[in-house]
Design a protein around this ligand. Structure first.
Ligand SMILES: NC(=O)c1ccc[n+]([C@@H]2O[C@H](COP(=O)([O-])OP(=O)(O)OC[C@H]3O[C@@H](n4cnc5c(N)ncnc54)[C@H](O)[C@@H]3O)[C@@H](O)[C@H]2O)c1
Length: 442
């Protein structure tokens, strides 16, 4: 046992065999994720941006010099063991999807793995234009009842498992943002949810059917978009009951990631904020979907939520009691996936003197895709951690938390939580950063 090990590691099933990764949606994010992992597997690219692959974790005291790579410290699935499956209403295989998305350079990053990408063909999607108006494509299971959609998703999962001979699976929603739906009576408990499915209730979106299918099949579910999907009382409870790992909503990759670094800085130094105007231009398919006000509303709620929780205006009314916060997304086709996000931040300091911060993030939206959520969700599942995985908040704009808790949005609190969870899983001591021992022992 190491000097600082607490000795009570969790029992974690080994990552033997293949891990099936089912992406709902085969667009810019998923094709970039798949291509990146396939290139990394072949040693043709470094997994830059992946904490799970490139990050280290300090164990014990600073004097112990123990900082292994996270992937050597916890038993993660190997990238080599991943098998891909996907659903999409567009029939394009991953090769065509990657080319269409226009994120990656063809010769270097698409052609080099073309055989693998061409072999990933989307299954027919459980799709309904009622929820995503700006997509019109027909690789779908058609306009059938919600019950039939649920059954079709489950059959696809079984077929994928048998054909690819995978031992475990993870499902990740990388599909378009659905229109705004608030949790309601249909999402309260299993009886109401089942009844609503049979009644084709409009508050049951396709994302909820995918999430429900995943939980019923014992498959961890991660949601890259802001639509509810698994974030309802019924599916949260079911995931806990069935011991299935779920985490949050809406990948935190660009403007909001920056926001959750700058806002804690202002609060840490007790600097005031009077306004924060965030605007974006982007021209990919995601931008087109978000051009519809009903779909944008879902995204807006997710993007707006973070400041309120970080700044706690109720505790600091003079500093944050009157903040004007606005988020805009503008569809601008010439930019494609090369989004530009501007932030104008009006702050005030000593004696109330105003100052400004400007951020211009020339962000390649989908280039921030990494396999971490998939690998960590699989780890959680093998470690017997069912229900909400708050330690994965790090990756989300809208983390999921237990009822009655406020979410932690500060990126570095989230990172500490993630790493301490890994230490806890492996029976290592938590790092509190108190550090008295270096002085008391002298
Ligand atoms: N790019 C990022 O960094 C980022 C960050 C945060 C959130 N997101 C979210 O991730 C999601 C994917 O982004 P993207 O840029 O890949 O978008 P995209 O439009 O390129 O891909 C989404 C795909 O999902 C498909 N789809 C829609 N409904 C479906 C359904 N019911 N079943 C199966 N497939 C369906 C669409 O046909 C499309 O091909 C979006 O919701 C986006 O808001 C992306």
């Amino acid at each position: 046992m190491s000097p600082s090990s607490s000795g009570s590691a969790r029992k974690i099933a080994p990552a033997t065999g293949k891990l099936g990764v089912l992406t709902v949606g085969l667009g810019a994010v998923s094709s970039t994720l798949i291509a990146g992992v396939e290139l990394a597997k072949r040693g043709m690219a470094a997994p830059i941006g992946s904490l799970a692959q490139m990050g280290t974790i300090r164990l014990g005291k600073r004097t112990e010099n123990r900082s292994p790579l996270i992937k050597d410290f916890v038993p993660l699935a190997r990238l080599e063991d991943i098998e891909w499956g996907a659903w999409d209403p567009f029939p394009d295989d991953a090769y065509v999807a990657a080319q269409r998305a226009g994120v990656l350079e063809g010769p270097r990053h698409i052609e080099a793995i073309s055989d693998t990408l061409r072999a990933i063909r989307p299954m027919k999607a459980a799709f309904d234009r009622e929820y995503v108006k700006n997509i019109n494509a027909d690789n779908t299971i058609g306009t059938i009842s919600k019950r039939a959609m649920l059954n079709a998703i489950r059959e696809d999962i079984h077929r994928f498992r048998d054909e690819k001979k995978v031992d475990r699976m993870v499902m990740i929603w990388c599909a378009s943002t659905e229109k705004f739906i608030e949790p309601g009576p249909a999402h309260r408990d299993l009886a109401s949810f089942e009844k609503a499915i049979d009644a084709n209730d409009p508050t049951i979106a396709p994302s909820m059917l995918y999430a429900y299918a995943a939980i019923l099949e014992g498959i961890p579910f991660a949601n890259g978009a802001p639509n509810l999907a698994v974030d309802t009382p019924v599916l949260r409870d079911l995931a806990t009951q069935k011991g299935v790992a779920i985490s949050g909503k809406d990948f935190k990759t660009g403007q909001t990631m920056v926001k959750t670094v700058i806002a804690p800085m202002l609060k840490a130094r007790m600097l005031g904020l009077s306004g924060w105007y965030s605007t974006n231009i982007l021209g990919n398919r995601d931008g087109e979907v978000l051009d519809d006000p009903e779909n944008f509303k879902t995204k807006e709620e997710s993007k707006l939520g973070v400041l309120e929780h970080i700044l706690q205006p109720e505790k600091y009314p003079e500093l944050y009691g009157n903040v004007f916060h606005k988020v805009r997304i503008n569809y601008y086709p010439p930019r494609g996936d090369n989004k530009e996000g501007w932030d104008n931040i009006d702050i005030f300091g000593w004696l109330g003197y105003p100052m400004q911060i400007k951020v211009d993030f020339l962000c390649r939206d989908s280039i921030l895709a990494a396999p971490d959520l998939v690998l960590f969700s699989d780890l959680a599942q093998r470690a017997g951690l069912g229900g909400i995985q708050e330690w994965l908040s790090f990756y989300y704009k809208s983390p999921q938390v237990a009822e009655g808790l406020y979410p932690e949005h500060d990126l570095f609190i989230q990172l500490t939580k993630l790493k301490n969870t890994l230490r806890w899983m492996m029976g290592e001591e938590q790092i509190t950063h108190l550090g008295r021992e270096y002085y008391d022992e002298v």
